[in-house]
Design a protein around this ligand. Structure first.
Ligand code: HEM
Length: 535
């Protein structure tokens, strides 16, 4: 209200105060003291011991010793770019979110693409899901759409996320394999978690080896809510589509590129932007109501399901253009902190139990990764919208908050920040009922229908690629029972697929895994029937 729109250059300008260009300047210590000799330490005699008093040497070494910060616990390897989002047509009927307020309105964005499993120094073209995280610096605060290039996920509940990642990451005893799913722990977990089937089909398809970050789709995955100024809400799934088209590598190319240029995707993004071929992506809403959701054969709160476009069409609402590379990889790409909890008025959560866990996890990990509770002050993370509150202090605090009052209510401050009431963010008052329970809704138990839809949507060549990928990955799995369980599971998707895998792995076709059931999870005391299954 009364605030000028931010404009696409606002972010660029707002980073100016943090930019430093040292070329041609006198070298100084961190205290600004000009350094006379940057080549030689201070010694007692030219061949004597180095002196403790050499504060210049000690400062230089100490800072170097602390240069590294922990890598992200997942999505450690990534590449990012600046740009803007431009709205095609105002969307006030569905949402009051600032980026969609007016046709032609531009909102600055910072986008980070990533692989999930590999460590920070791993290779770009590994078979993996890709992260597609967008930070919108809106007039009403930062909105992070933290998505992936695949529209569904491995699991249905945040409770299983640490287990999934422990299974995916290099095995703890020998730290292998790096950036690949081809190992026993991942497939062991997968074979005991049938809800993973749909995601596995995508992950073994060409989607998991994209040609370029410029040529892959992005998905918010979960069902979100849009809320308009009257407080009315609809459900929404977010989709990004690259204007350059969606393309993949083939496995042979991916493997060779991994060896020849492990930065293939990072370099491709960087060079495209440097030479003015700006990557562009169209954002679409897939909007549906509570009543529609009820009628779907799947649960819209289940992130292992997508909503077929035949059921709910996509509505393009704007496009994103990435037109500027970061100035500094560490300061921007490494320190950026995305979080699903970062939403703005006009956007809200659904009860998707995976999303609900994510709302907690991102800030929590960033407190460790970025050292304390003030990482929102790091320039790339600061909102462009004004920030005023009574939060204070903490390690590395930058703001110099003035005045004596940092509490509310108070009668002393005069200029203390006031809550915004209806104009601010107010959670959508979604109705809730039910007993406090752990468990799953009934529709969450069907795991194979959409996996099959995906399989039959593929061309024969694409199906061959899926079969080859499964065979390659499973041939690395040493435990035969795990291979069998995966084939048994895939019999629910397609018998030909399962048979081709069994043949390729030299297995007799195992009995089909029971449909529509969750596998029994071992409980204490272990039942004899269960141990048969795990043998
Ligand atoms: C990064 C947790 C599911 C997309 C991360 C990070 C954590 C995390 C802890 C590291 C953040 C950081 O250090 O800054 C979780 C949990 C999940 C979950 C607990 C489920 C319960 C998902 C899903 C998606 C996703 C479903 C996609 C829709 C991403 C992306 C990043 C990320 C893109 C990298 C962000 C960046 O570029 O900095 N996740 N995640 N995650 N996650 Fe998730």
């Amino acid at each position: 209200d009364g605030q000028p729109a931010l404009g696409e250059n606002a972010l660029n300008n707002s980073l100016d105060h943090a930019r430093s260009d040292d070329s041609g300047c006198v070298l100084t210590t961190n205290q600004g003291v000009p350094v006379g000799d940057n080549q030689n330490s201070l010694k007692a005699g030219l061949r004597g011991p180095t002196l403790m008093e050499d504060f210049i040497l000690r400062e230089k070494l100490t800072h170097f010793d602390h240069e590294r910060i922990p890598e992200r616990v997942v999505h450690a390897r990534g590449s990012a770019a600046h740009g803007y989002f431009e709205c095609y047509k105002e969307q006030s009927r569905h949402t009051r979110a600032a980026p969609f307020a007016k046709a032609g309105k531009r909102t600055p964005v910072f986008v980070r693409f990533s692989t999930v499993a590999g460590e920070r120094g791993s290779t770009d073209t590994a078979r993996d899901v890709r992260g597609f995280a967008v930070k919108f610096y809106t007039d009403e605060g930062n909105w992070d759409l933290v998505g992936n290039n695949i529209p569904v996920f491995f699991i249905q509940d945040a409770m299983k996320f640490p287990d999934l990642i422990h299974a995916v990451k290099p095995e703890p005893h020998n730290g292998m394999p790096q950036a690949a799913s081809a190992h026993d722990t991942f497939w062991d977990f997968a074979s005991l978690s049938p809800e993973i089937t749909h995601m596995l089909m995508w992950a073994m398809s060409d989607r998991a080896i994209p040609r370029s970050f410029r040529m892959m789709q992005g998905f918010g995955v979960h069902t979100f809510r849009l809320v308009n100024a009257k407080g009315q809400s609809v459900f929404c799934k977010f989709h990004w589509s690259p204007m350059a088209g969606t393309y993949s590598l083939v496995w042979d190319e991916a493997v060779k590129l991994s060896g020849a240029d492990s930065d293939f995707h990072r370099r491709d993004l960087w060079e495209a932007i440097e030479c003015g071929a700006y990557p562009e992506y169209e954002l679409s809403f897939q909007i549906f109501t509570e009543a529609q959701a009820e009628a779907f054969p799947f649960d819209v709160l289940d992130p292992t399901k997508l909503i077929p476009e035949e059921l709910v069409p996509l509505v393009p609402v704007g496009k994103m253009v990435l037109n500027r590379n970061p100035d500094n990889f560490f300061a921007e790409t490494e320190q950026v902190a995305f979080c699903t909890a970062h939403i703005v008025p006009g956007i809200d959560f659904s009860n998707d139990p995976l999303l609900q866990g994510r709302i907690h996890s991102y800030v929590d990990t960033q407190i460790t990764r970025l050292g304390g509770a003030n990482f929102h002050e790091i320039p790339i993370n600061s909102p462009l919208a004004p920030l005023h509150n009574n939060q204070r202090d903490g390690i590395h605090r930058q703001a110099i908050n003035r005045g004596r009052v940092a509490y509310e209510p108070n009668s002393l401050a005069g200029g203390c920040p006031f809550q915004a009431g209806a104009k601010g963010f107010n959670s959508f008052p979604a109705a809730t009922e039910g007993d406090k329970v752990r468990g799953k809704p009934e529709k969450f138990a069907e795991h194979f229908g959409q996996a099959r839809l995906f399989w039959i949507s593929q061309t024969p060549v694409e199906q061959d690629h899926i079969v080859h990928a499964f065979r390659f990955e499973l041939s690395k799995v040493q435990t035969v029972a795990i291979r069998k369980r995966i084939v048994a599971m895939l019999r629910n998707v397609d018998e030909t697929l399962a048979q081709r895998l069994a043949d390729g792995l030299g297995l007799a076709l195992p009995p089909v895994m029971p449909r529509a059931s969750m596998l029994p999870i071992p409980t204490y005391p272990p039942s004899p029937a269960l141990s048969l299954f795990f043998r």
